[in-house]
Design a binder for this molecule. Structure first.
Ligand code: PEP
Ligand code: MG
Length: 322
């Protein structure tokens, strides 16, 4: 990975002209928490909860999940930890859940769809664990986001589950708190509804791995169309821009947790596109922090405007190389 030799910076960083950019880590297991902290990550921007469900014969209990979320909060006592609710289906099967066999799993029952339908029970258990973790002493910067949102009704239904779990916990006298709540922007539908999502939620996080797949109609796992699966395609850049622009004038912050966020060669472009937070595999955190500190945010905005005016990704790449 490029820039692996950049020095570790523990403090949060700003652009040369003072715009704060959070540089967080994506983690997919508890073992990745300490290395992420060692690399100077400003918290966790994507805690993939799928690992809690893999390599076992039944779903994790509420307490097991509470312990895992607590471990993440303990690893980052002063920084935000964004936990994504279970994102199975598609490329992420779980044998004991008996998920339907679909001819087109990436366009099928996955992410929040399963949580609100076939697996409402699992979702409720996970939300209980999260609300309890949010009440910990170090839990006030816990955030929760929902994957693969494509409808406003899904967010409303998810928020209703949060409310009903909170009132159950109140009745039972169990400590809990409501964390920050957000949606992943991974579908064109979510991009087009981003203004409404931003008005209802605390934050949006753009998942460029799936967003690129759906904008470009190119399976993220199919080598034959890997060339189409390029987040630098102007259509994907416009989707990102539309999302950040939609959130302007709301209180919602906008992050990015797809692979694109971890490429230091794209940091200036992403800052220029208006992202507040970038979350990536921990190994690239130092290099991206180094880049952020060297950027002039105003020049980055100009760069983004030029990229948005490009017709092809070749033009975008040329612009970035110049
Ligand atoms: C994404 O789709 O960009 C993302 C971050 O989620 P995942 O890769 O886990 O689907
Ligand atoms: Mg995704």
């Amino acid at each position: 990975v490029g820039g692996a030799s950049a020095p570790v910076v523990d403090e949060h960083v700003s652009t040369a002209d003072g715009r704060a950019i959070e540089v967080a880590a994506n983690v997919g297991s508890e073992a990745e928490l300490a290395p992420a902290a060692d690399r100077g990550a400003d918290g966790i921007g994507l805690f993939r909860t799928e690992f809690l469900f893999y390599d076992r014969e039944s779903p994790p209990t509420e307490d097991e999940q509470y312990e895992a979320f607590s471990a993440a909060l303990e690893a980052f006592p002063a920084d935000r930890v964004v936990v994504r609710t279970l994102d199975i289906g598609g490329d992420k099967p779980v044998p004991y859940l008996d998920l339907p066999t679909e001819s087109n799993p990436f366009l099928g029952s996955r992410g929040i769809r399963l949580s609100l339908d076939e697996h409402a029970d699992l979702f409720e258990t996970q939300i209980r664990a999260l609300l309890r973790a949010a009440a910990r002493e170090d839990g006030d910067d816990l955030a929760v986001m929902f994957p693969l949102v494509s409808r406003i009704e899904e967010v409303e239904a998810a928020l209703a589950v949060v409310d009903s779990v909170a009132s159950d916990l109140t009745k039972a006298g169990i400590d809990h708190a409501i964390p920050e709540l957000g949606a992943m922007i991974e579908t064109p539908a979510a991009v087009f509804l981003a203004d409404r999502l931003a008005a209802r939620l605390d934050f949006l996080s753009i998942g460029t791995n799936d967003l690129t797949q759906y904008v470009m109609a190119a399976d993220r796992e199919n080598d034959a169309v890997a060339d189409y699966h390029d987040p630098l395609h102007p259509a994907v850049l416009r989707a990102i821009d539309r999302t950040t622009t939609a959130a302007e004038g709301t209180d919602a912050w906008v992050g990015m947790c797809g692979e694109m966020a971890g490429d230091p060669a794209l940091t200036a472009l992403l800052v220029g596109l208006g992202l507040d937070e970038l979350s990536m595999s921990a190994v690239t955190v130092p290099a991206v922090k180094e880049r952020v500190a060297a950027i002039d945010a105003e020049a980055a905005t100009d760069l983004a405007a030029e990229a948005l005016a490009c017709e092809t990704r070749a033009e975008v790449r040329e612009l970035l190389d110049a």
